[in-house]
Design a protein around this ligand. Structure first.
Ligand SMILES: [Zn+2]
Length: 300
């Protein structure tokens, strides 16, 4: 079984298999998913490939005793620890227990894995304690933090981890901003600049925060707004299609002069940028390019 076979999680699987290919695996992964079980399946295939007996590399055979034990969520594999914060309390004491278990040598296979479901449910103290562990992870030990709400995960943890986003379901504005109305205002300013001038766009882009997590939120909002405008243009309505109908009713007409073709191209730039966003992409420039692509070049 190959990681790439998990076609639904094409991007996340690609990131993992490339890292394996280059022998440059991250130790800490933060996986944002709307479906925890789906995220865990990806982790299990990846971890099986790290340990499979006959295979060594990008694939797991899926049939050896090691693969069978790792791939089956009902079975236990001694070097794969699973903690479910959605079902049990995971406070500082429990994190210390994890730390204690990591002091033992790996008895079986080539790697040890720790999966935490519902990372956002850990208290700040517990997350801080975990941060200390992931900062100096024991050899061949991989952490997989699965979350349905990345805003509930400490920024210090997020910046330490390689972030994998699994085909996210559309979020609401409130979920994206976590109540930070300033970021919402910046994304509005940017979008509206598209109806003004290049100068307005460049000025608005300066407002995108340098902090890349905050900048990412602004970009997520742009994506959501563009998506709503496009869906509105296509005559769609209802919460299955439109994330924020009130906003669209009030603001849709402002963008009426922007042809759909340009909206699609802006969406495309955002989608391409998303792939690199978790690396060190300049979010300010990305935001600027997106809005510039909305401007009518014929007016210049
Ligand atoms: Zn195997």
């Amino acid at each position: 079984m190959q990681l790439q076979e998990l076609a639904k999680e094409e991007h996340a699987a690609l990131v993992l298999s490339r890292a394996m290919d280059r022998g440059r695996l991250h130790h800490d992964y933060l996986i944002c998913a709307s479906d925890i079980a789906e995220a865990e399946s990806l982790v299990r295939v990846f971890f099986a490939a790290c340990n499979c007996e006959p295979m060594n590399g990008l694939e797991c055979c899926g049939e050896c005793p090691t693969c069978e034990a790792i791939l089956d969520p009902e079975r236990e594999y001694p070097e794969l620890m699973l903690f479910d914060a959605t079902q049990q309390k995971l406070g500082i004491d429990e994190v210390r227990t994890i730390e204690g278990r990591l002091s033992h040598y790996i008895n079986q296979g080539r790697a040890r894995g720790i999966i935490i479901r519902g990372m956002e449910r850990l208290t700040t103290e517990a997350q801080n304690c975990l941060l200390k562990i992931v900062e100096e992870p024991p050899e061949a030990t991989y952490f997989f933090f699965i979350t349905t709400n990345i805003n509930g995960v400490l920024l210090t943890i997020r910046s330490r981890c390689q972030i994998l986003r699994l085909s996210p379901a559309p979020l609401t504005v409130a979920q994206i901003t976590a109540g930070n109305t300033n970021l919402e205002a910046i994304s509005e300013l940017l979008l509206k600049a598209a109806t003004k001038s290049i100068e307005a766009v460049m000025e608005a882009a300066q407002q995108i925060p340098e902090n890349r997590f905050e900048a990412s939120i602004v970009l997520d909002l742009l994506e959501l707004r563009l998506r709503d405008i496009l869906a509105g243009r296509a005559g769609l309505s209802g919460s299955d299609y439109i994330c924020d109908q009130d906003w669209l009713n009030n603001n849709g007409p402002i963008f009426a002069d922007i042809p759909a073709k340009r909206l699609f191209s802006a969406q495309n730039i955002l989608a391409k940028g998303r792939r690199y966003r978790d690396n060190n992409i300049n979010c300010r420039l990305l935001g600027e390019s997106v809005i510039l692509s909305l401007i009518n070049q014929a007016d210049l």
